[in-house]
Ligand binder design. Structure first.
Ligand SMILES: [Mg+2]
Length: 358
């Protein structure tokens, strides 16, 4: 038996679609993560917990979901599963009240958000620079020191790439870099020493996520803002990042950290500590209402370009001329082509067990 879940940019595990039906005949949709493991959590724990409850009480339901999975959850794919349910409940809340999630959050301060694009092929920077995005982020996760090379040689090479990127996009648009947790403290500091005049908006996840001592030292000394959080979960995790000054730019992923309920709390924490928030994949429609309604600065709003969108989710606004529109339709403004979902059947429990045995 071959089991699969809808293809996604994170193909090794897959995203999940959660639908919450009510007895009033309204359905809310959300997308989370965790592939079939995430679906298993939804089906065996979260669904039973929600059946018969008033879906309007989203925050207390979130707490019940978190508490009921605490023994094996708290982070990772369980929170990715909870994220999908929570987003479905927020979508449902909007549909029931016939209003958009951005209005539920207090109303969009801007109806169009400037976007930044992540550039995976650094050699393509000159071509990409012609696009009208407000910011450009070089993905440097593949840039590692050569085995027989020095830290200085490595840092020179990275700095050269960033200098060329700055020259390509000009002085006014934002430039960022993402090391995807691949460098150590010494390498990171060597790079920063060479690029402090490039006006980088941030350096993202230079160190492994658990190197809290390294991040604390880095943030204290670095003239370049240090970003991270796409691999952090729950507002509790983000409060730790803020209180211990481990990051200066927070990048929660609403489909992973615990859904909209937790993203709202992250915005409150960021306001309390004066930190910038730039949600991971922020130009995807699940984050747009929060960016538009909740951001308090201190920097410009910026929505990260999304990943290739799932064909069964309709309603994602496209990026045009460096801006993405915040949907004003009920809920998140998402439409689901349910006919196409049947192309990806989830296994019954018996099928699942049979698969595990074979
Ligand atoms: Mg990243």
């Amino acid at each position: 038996m071959t089991l699969t879940s809808p293809d996604d940019w994170r193909t090794s595990i897959g995203q999940i679609l959660v639908a919450v039906d009510t007895d009033a005949g309204v359905t809310g949709y959300g997308v989370g993560g965790g592939g079939f493991a995430g679906i298993h959590v939804v089906r065996t724990v979260l669904r039973d917990l929600l059946l018969g409850k008033d879906p309007a009480h989203v925050e207390s339901l979130w707490q019940e979901m978190f508490d009921s999975t605490l023994a094996f959850g708290q982070k990772g794919l369980v929170l990715m599963a909870i994220s999908g349910v929570d987003l479905a409940l927020w979508d449902l809340r909007g549909r029931v009240e016939n209003t958009s999630v951005s209005k539920l959050l207090g109303g969009a301060k801007q109806n169009r958000l400037p976007t930044y694009i992540t550039v995976w092929d650094n050699d393509a920077m000159d071509d990409v620079a012609a696009s009208p995005h407000q910011g450009f982020k070089l993905h440097l996760g593949g840039q590692l020191p050569e085995e027989d090379g020095s830290t200085e040689m490595f840092a020179d090479r990275v700095a050269d790439q960033l200098q060329r990127a700055r020259a390509a996009i000009g002085p006014d648009r934002e430039l960022m870099a993402d090391a995807w947790m691949k460098w150590n403290l010494e390498e990171t500091q060597a790079v920063i020493a060479r690029v402090s005049d490039l006006n980088l908006s941030w350096l993202e996840e230079p160190l492994p996520v658990h190197d809290e001592a390294g991040y604390a030292e880095l943030v204290e000394k670095s003239p370049v803002p240090i970003a991270g959080g796409e691999h952090e979960y729950t507002s509790t995790g983000f409060r730790n990042l803020a209180e211990r000054r481990l990051h200066t730019v927070l990048q929660p992923d609403v489909c992973w950290l615990g859904g909209m309920t937790e993203l709202i709390r992250v915005y409150r924490i960021a306001a309390e500590f004066g930190l910038r928030v730039c949600p991971h994949r922020g130009a995807e429609l699940w984050s747009l209402p929060a960016i538009a309604a909740l951001d308090h600065g201190p920097a410009e709003l910026l929505a990260e370009s999304g990943r290739p969108w799932m064909s069964w989710v309709v309603g994602q606004p496209s990026i045009e001329n460096g801006f993405v529109e915040v949907p004003d339709r009920p809920g998140f403004g998402v439409e689901i082509d349910e006919a196409s979902i049947t192309a990806y059947p989830t296994p019954s429990y018996d099928e699942w067990r049979k698969c595990q045995i074979e």
